[in-house]
Design a protein around this ligand. Structure first.
Ligand code: NAD
Length: 357
């Protein structure tokens, strides 16, 4: 089979980790007889420099024409002082909206080999951790009406509106329940229904979707409690479904529990099989160009792409197995290095994983 992939390396360590992911994908192609065709596109700071905009129309058009999109990371200090609407990170919001990527899947998996990096006491994570966070990605406060207004006696005010429709909640909840059916059959919906009207509609709509999945247990948690429970008893979670802003915060919290930000992949899905796949970390300007970046998150994102967009489960499992094998053999980038392990560079990790495909 032939697959057309739009590749957006971006800024900082983006191109470095994407390079290693492509190396691994090519190894998968050779082993299983698939042809992966890459269309390299600009977005982020490098697009501002070359095209004067963080998200050129050509990037949107070509990404839409591809079967899937791989993204490194965007942003960096060079563009930090630009006005909000022109910053490289706006490219991410633009891509999500233009490509209709309404559900963000972030697995927080703790590899047994890395349990030393988990900041929680060992008994809290005994036997490993495997949580899937499903975050709504194209609605809520990040996309709502925003603006400024002068107040009478409190100076200038700014506002951002949180709004969700039933349809928006339904489609992301369905993804969460579908995931749960393939996992441990539990969904925790996180909201702030004790305060927010939008959360009350969220909760009611999720409950309606749950009726179609009688085998799945639905639990509702307020976001403040969910944040607490994630560090108190993370093993209670299977699939968490939540809004854009709550998901943004909780998924970072969950990622820290698992150890390194350099290990965690993500998928952003549209209706049908189309998706954009990227590591959860940013462009890490502090280590760009030093060979210290861990490419495993991006490589594991490729595994998600093979599974969720291309339906290639065996190929996906092969990548995950190769990553595990490299960890078992003791190879580590600095972010996950512990005593007695072998320090390797970004490109060495990519090569070691590709060899094990
Ligand atoms: P970051 O994720 O880039 O880095 C946070 C810390 O984690 C840094 O110390 C970094 O060195 C380390 N780190 C990140 N990825 C790593 C990897 N693969 N291997 C080893 N260490 C890694 O977050 P930040 O420093 O807050 O942001 C830097 C830039 O990235 C900013 O411009 C920010 O806006 C942007 N950003 C982009 C995305 C994205 O493109 N999806 C996401 C988050 C932040």
């Amino acid at each position: 089979m032939e697959y057309k992939i739009a590749v957006i390396p971006g800024d900082g360590i983006g191109p470095e980790v994407i390079g290693e992911a492509i190396k691994v994908l090519d190894a998968v192609g050779s082993k299983f007889g698939h042809k992966f065709e890459y269309d390299y596109l600009l977005a982020g700071g490098c697009a501002i420099d070359e095209k004067g905009t963080c998200l050129p129309q050509e990037t949107i058009d070509k990404a839409k024409a591809a079967d899937a999109v791989m993204l490194g990371a965007v942003g960096g200090p060079k563009w930090d002082n630009m006005p909000g609407g022109e910053r490289p990170e706006r490219a991410l919001l633009g891509l999500r909206k233009e490509l209709g990527l309404f559900a963000n899947l972030r697995p927080a998996i703790m590899f047994d080999e890395l349990k030393g990096a988990c900041p929680l006491r060992e008994e809290k994570v005994q036997g490993g951790l495997d949580i899937m966070i499903v975050r709504e990605l194209t609605g809520g406060i990040y996309f709502g009406e925003r603006g400024f207004k002068e107040t009478e006696d409190m100076g200038l005010a700014a506002y951002d509106v949180e709004m969700y429709s039933e349809k928006e909640v339904e489609r992301v909840a369905e993804i969460a329940f579908d995931m749960a059916m393939k996992r441990n059959k539990k969904v925790t919906s996180v909201d702030k229904a004790n305060v927010l009207e939008s959360s009350r509609l969220w909760r009611k709509t999720v409950a309606k979707v749950a009726e179609k999945y009688p085998e799945v247990t639905l639990e509702n948690l307020y976001v403040d409690n969910a944040a607490m429970q994630l560090v108190h008893n993370p093993k209670q979670f299977d699939v968490i479904v939540t809004s854009n802003i709550f998901g943004d915060i909780l998924s970072d919290e969950a990622s820290m529990i698992t150890g390194s930000i350099g290990m965690l992949p993500s998928a952003s899905l549209a209706e049908g099989a189309f998706g954009m796949y990227e590591p959860i970390h940013g462009s890490a300007p502090d280590i760009a160009g030093t060979g210290k970046a861990n490419p495993m998150a991006t490589i594991l994102s490729v595994a998600m792409m093979l599974k969720y967009t291309f339906g290639l489960s065996e190929e996906s499992d092969t990548i995950e197995g190769a990553v595990k094998a490299v960890l078992e053999a003791g190879y580590r980038t600095p972010d996950i290095l512990t005593e007695g392990k072998t320090l390797v560079t970004t490109t060495e990790v990519g090569t070691l994983i590709a060899e094990r495909i």
